[in-house]
Design a protein around this ligand. Structure first.
Ligand SMILES: Nc1ncnc2c1ncn2[C@@H]1O[C@H](COP(=O)(O)OP(=O)(O)OP(=O)(O)O)[C@@H](O)[C@H]1O
Ligand SMILES: [Mg+2]
Length: 230
């Protein structure tokens, strides 16, 4: 792990992966989004999950990790992240947020919240609760990320896109994250998506995260031009 550089940057964005339902893909998205963003910018991943899945994964990757990593961060110290010299900081949060003090600390510092949603009906209510009780009232920009989408199931993606757009009426990434066996094996192998073997399925996996990263960049570019215009 490289030394943290405490310089501070005006254009930093802090992104939190949030979801009060376990296993939706917060850790997988954190690691893989960080990997694609690290190709062109300085990225730090922060683990505030006491389960430390991200930390365990990063430990398996060792020196091969293409971004910086801060393990076991006390949520009370998150405000200090602003002083660091990174373009993007991605925070992985616990699945069980019964203790909302962690969520509160993360949302106090986050500029953007990604809400992964799997195509499972029981995942809808916890995600909606997170948005309506915690994210929307604070006015933090957020988008649902449809994840673990099985493209072999005809119509699944389209049905869930419609549900998010028309019934839940929540903002959503155009790009979804498809279901790939390679993602399930990645933590043990200590790999992130940009390090997967060069196969067709893996290039699709890289495509998914790259396009989510591009959507984020485009949202931020629009925000910056709005600020500059005022
Ligand atoms: N797109 C995907 N394709 C296949 N498997 C996936 C995908 N995304 C996540 N998984 C697998 O699903 C499981 C849960 O994912 P992950 O650990 O990222 O979720 P999480 O939201 O961080 O869970 P927790 O709430 O427990 O922290 C893991 O076994 C992971 O490898
Ligand atoms: Mg996790």
């Amino acid at each position: 792990m490289r030394e943290l550089n405490w310089k501070g940057s005006g254009f930093m964005r802090i992104v939190a992966l949030v979801g009060q339902k376990g296993g939706v893909g917060k850790t997988t998205t954190t690691m893989n989004l960080a990997a694609v963003m690290a190709k062109h910018s300085r990225v730090l991943v922060v683990d505030v999950d006491p389960q430390q899945s991200t930390t365990w994964w990063a430990g398996r990757a060792g020196e091969d990790l293409p971004f910086d990593f801060a393990a076991d961060v006390d949520p009370g110290h998150l405000l200090r992240l602003r002083q660091l010299d990174y373009d993007t900081i991605i925070i992985d949060t616990p699945g069980n947020l019964e203790d909302t003090s962690v969520l509160t600390a993360v949302l106090d510092v986050a500029d953007f919240v990604i809400l992964p949603l799997n195509p499972e009906p029981l995942n809808i209510a916890p995600m909606l609760r997170t948005v309506t009780q915690h994210v929307a009232p604070r006015g933090i920009a957020h988008r649902v990320l449809l994840s673990k989408i099985d493209r072999r199931r005809a119509g699944q993606l389209e049905d869930w896109e419609r549900l998010v757009d028309e019934q839940l009426k929540l903002p959503r990434f155009s790009q979804c994250i498809r279901l790939y066996a390679a993602h399930a094996d990645a933590p043990l192998e200590g790999r992130v998506v940009t390090q997967y073997p060069d196969t067709r399925a893996n290039s699709n996996a890289i495509y998914d995260y790259t396009h989510v990263a591009m959507e984020l960049m485009s949202i931020w570019a629009n925000e910056t031009s709005r600020v500059e215009a005022n």
